[in-house]
Design a protein around this ligand. Structure first.
Ligand code: GAF
Length: 387
């Protein structure tokens, strides 16, 4: 699958620029196993990179022009100079993810060079699987191969990609999606401490399958509701006089929660309990204990549904259909920012086909469509691939 994507991207480069690329980089999308909305609360998350990616084929230029061909958008082009202030464009939207990363690199005074690039990808878009983070991280990884930028670590690249989304694209995302795309490890999930930025690999148990099930509910409300949730979390943290909800534990919340607005209390309870669940989940997964992992994923889903209120009825239904098949043998929950998108299930391999059959029979999306199901492998983070 990756080799097909690479050859498609190479071909797009060759036909646009009339020469072979000198370098090819990739950056994966991600699925979060547990730890939702905890990243911008300085908390813990447990995502893995997936084997769906953005690929960029590129060649340095002798001048200061950057020219990008989007192979998946009928060869749409963006072109700009590294010597002019970079502006956000109204369309095409993908161009802002490239411009934003370059803007952040320039702001840091790094020695950039002009570049010809062809971009292509197979991360499902609009599904909550971080196709945009994978594009930003791929761009950062590409420029990091230039002389004078080699010192940038995967975490540095992730933070540059996140800053680009915050400052240039205008999305108030946390740092999870970019860190896992930059630093993922094949066969592992990563427990990320979003405050210290330390990461700990947690192996996906042998015989466990990662299933991603797309509800086809469009994540229409996600931006405005995401920002509202951030503000509610900040309000709760400031009430307790701490930097972030990471610093609040359940006993404190139970003791003094009555001082908070009831909605803010529920938002805070999701974050505080979710952080504890991520720590427990990293232990359970590390021990290959899928039933325990399943309990934690179930509790996470209930917390997202009832306290954080970011699920929607079709997502809850999809979770129930999967849950009815897997019982206590594995776990299933909504994944990502919420209000639609995907459900993730971690199940014994033998249950993949029964889950697929039950979902095909019982689930219909908003337009009567079936769920699209991806059975994924935990992939490596961004980097150079054979050109
Ligand atoms: C989106 C954001 F981009 C992440 O930073 C994270 O907050 C996630 O929603 C929710 O866990 O993917």
């Amino acid at each position: 699958m990756m080799s097909e994507l690479i050859s498609r991207t190479r071909t797009a480069f060759e036909s646009a620029f009339g020469a072979a690329p000198a370098i090819v980089v990739q950056a994966p999308g991600r699925v979060n196993l547990i730890g939702e909305h905890t990243d911008y609360n300085d908390g813990f998350v447990l995502p893995c990179a997936i084997d769906y990616r953005t690929v960029i084929a590129a060649r340095e230029r002798d001048d200061r022009t950057v020219r990008i061909i989007a192979a998946d958008y009928a060869g749409a082009v963006d072109e700009f100079s590294l010597d002019q202030p970079l502006e956000r464009v109204a369309t095409p939207m993908w161009a802002n993810y490239v411009r934003g990363v370059i803007d952040e690199l320039l702001k840091r005074g790094l020695p950039l060079k002009g570049m010809d690039m062809a971009v292509s990808g197979d991360v499902p878009q609009g599904a909550g699987l971080s196709s945009s983070a994978s594009l930003s991280v791929a761009v950062a990884s590409l420029f990091a191969t230039l002389p004078g930028l080699e010192q940038l670590s995967p975490i540095d690249l992730a933070l540059i990609a996140q800053a680009s989304e915050n400052n240039f694209v205008g999305t108030q995302c946390g740092n999870m999606d970019q860190i896992i795309s930059a630093a993922g490890i094949e066969g592992n999930a990563l427990m990320i401490d979003c405050r210290s930025l330390q990461t700990q690999p947690v192996p996906i148990p042998a015989g466990a399958a990662i299933m991603i099930l797309h509800s086809h509910v469009e994540r229409g409300l996600v931006d405005s509701e995401y920002n509202t949730r951030r503000k509610q979390c900040e309000a709760a943290a400031s009430h307790f006089g701490v930097k972030a909800l990471r610093d609040v534990d359940l006993p404190l919340l139970e003791q003094r929660g009555g001082e908070l607005d009831p909605v803010v209390l529920r938002r805070a309870r999701h974050i505080v309990t979710e952080n504890a669940r991520v720590l427990a989940a990293a232990d359970a997964l590390g021990q290959g204990n899928l039933p325990r992992m399943g309990e934690l994923m179930q509790a996470s889903h209930v917390s997202m549904r009832d306290d954080f209120e970011i699920t929607v009825p079709l997502i809850d239904q999809l979770v129930d259909i999967v849950k009815n098949v897997i019982g206590t043998a594995g776990g299933v929950r909504m994944t990502g920012g919420g209000f639609g998108g995907c459900v993730v299930a971690l199940v014994p391999e033998a249950l993949v086909a029964p889950v697929q059959a039950a979902v095909a029979e019982q689930y219909r999306g908003p337009k009567g469509q079936q769920s699209t199901i991806y059975v994924c492998r935990a992939a490596a983070g961004a980097g150079e691939v054979a050109a």
